[in-house]
Design a protein around this ligand. Structure first.
Ligand code: FES
Ligand SMILES: [Fe+2]
Length: 367
């Protein structure tokens, strides 16, 4: 027994990140959502950013959206303030015009196309109501898949979008969702339920944890009953909840899926946490939540606002906590977490492996 315990401890230490996790930047060699597609209107430009890099998304009247560095090559004013003309964006200051490759095609007051410098163009895709860019090495963009997202486009599901901004490092968000042991935080919204860890799967770039839940007291919230169906009252006895909740981080994305007792997928959440500033201590989350339509689809339409409110309230509780964690990190000058749950330790190791230590990151002292 003793030998086994020390072996598993050594394995866990081997998995521990070498750097403070909050000094691990997100890996730019993936596709990241940077805007909801409907916000980038035809004939307009839209400002956004990834990890401190300003980005202009440009949607010509005809043709696909494209992404350029949001700084004019002339005097670095935001191109997103300019005019979209044909397939080009014309800077608002002196009218230099840039095409979708970022090439300056005209400097109008000299009537020349060969004097202006280019701006950086980012590979850009539109999928599932989101605009993605590839902020890393553009040569790799074609080799990396744009992720599949929840059940967007599947007529059997209704999908809602949500996009909160959070004052915390993206890694806190992964940990928060994966760690279902924090249901205590949500006791006012969910009643008293406890998570039971069922098992895990892991690979080089992913980790999945599965849980079931048991209700120990309090009433089942209405919105929860609408998704899962009403659980019968067992007169004070612990009430098993037969759904299985699977949370998976496939770097850098995260999903939460709920299957009912027949194995049907009844809820499917996809999320990506995109760093905003160069210190990566602010995050723009993009989430899509698909809920299976019941036999009478209009019931879900009726319940939709209540469901939105329910998920919003739970999310606001999570927001407060992850922002407080970030505040403590800042005040203490580093990560003092004492993590004891193996799945969260494994997740921290995955996030450390997947990301890139920032310039300030110093290796953690061992022992
Ligand atoms: S600053 Fe853009 S054209 Fe001069
Ligand atoms: Fe939570």
């Amino acid at each position: 027994m003793l030998v086994e315990a020390s072996r598993s401890e050594t394995a866990q230490q081997a998995e521990a990140p070498e750097y403070d996790l909050r000094q691990i930047d997100s890996n730019p060699n993936f596709w990241y959502p940077v805007a909801w597609a409907h916000k980038v209107r035809p004939g307009k430009a839209f400002p956004t950013r990834y990890a401190g890099h300003p980005i202009a998304l440009i949607r010509p009247e005809k043709g696909p959206v494209y992404a350029l560095e949001d700084r004019c090559a002339h005097r670095q004013v935001p191109l997103s303030k300019g005019l979209v003309e044909g397939d080009c964006i014309k800077c608002c200051y002196h009218g230099w015009a840039f095409d979708r490759a970022g090439k300056c095609v005209t400097v109008p007051y000299l009537n020349r196309s060969d004097v202006g410098r280019p701006v950086r163009a980012y590979p850009c895709r539109e999928k599932a109501g989101l605009i993605f860019i590839f902020p890393g090495d553009p040569a790799l963009a074609e080799t990396v898949q744009v992720p599949d997202i929840a059940q967007v486009g599947n007529p059997e599901y209704k999908t809602r979008q949500f996009g909160p901004r959070l004052k915390c490092h993206y890694t806190f968000m992964h940990e928060n969702l994966m760690d279902m042991n924090h249901q205590f935080l949500h006791r006012r919204q969910m009643g008293s339920i406890t998570a039971r860890f069922l098992g895990q799967d892991k690979g080089d770039n992913f980790l999945e944890a599965r849980y079931s839940f048991a209700r120990k007291g309090g009433n089942q919230p209405l919105a929860e009953a609408l998704i899962f169906g009403k659980h019968h009252d067992l007169e004070g006895r612990e009430q098993p909840v037969e759904e299985v909740v699977s949370i998976r981080t496939t770097y850098p994305y995260q999903t939460l899926k709920i299957h009912d007792k027949d194995g049907d997928l009844i809820m499917d959440l996809w999320a990506c946490y995109v760093p905003l500033g160069s210190d990566q201590q602010g995050t723009q989350a993009f989430g899509l939540l698909s809920v299976k339509k019941p036999k009478w689809g209009f019931l879900l339409d009726l319940a939709w606002p209540a469901l939105g409110l329910f998920t919003h309230r739970i999310f606001e509780e999570d927001r407060e906590i992850v922002e407080l964690e970030q505040k403590a990190w800042r005040e203490l000058g580093g990560d003092h977490n004492v993590e004891v749950f193996p799945i969260v330790k494994a997740l921290r190791a995955l996030l450390a492996r997947g990301g890139v230590p920032n310039k300030a990151a110093r290796p953690l002292k061992k022992g």
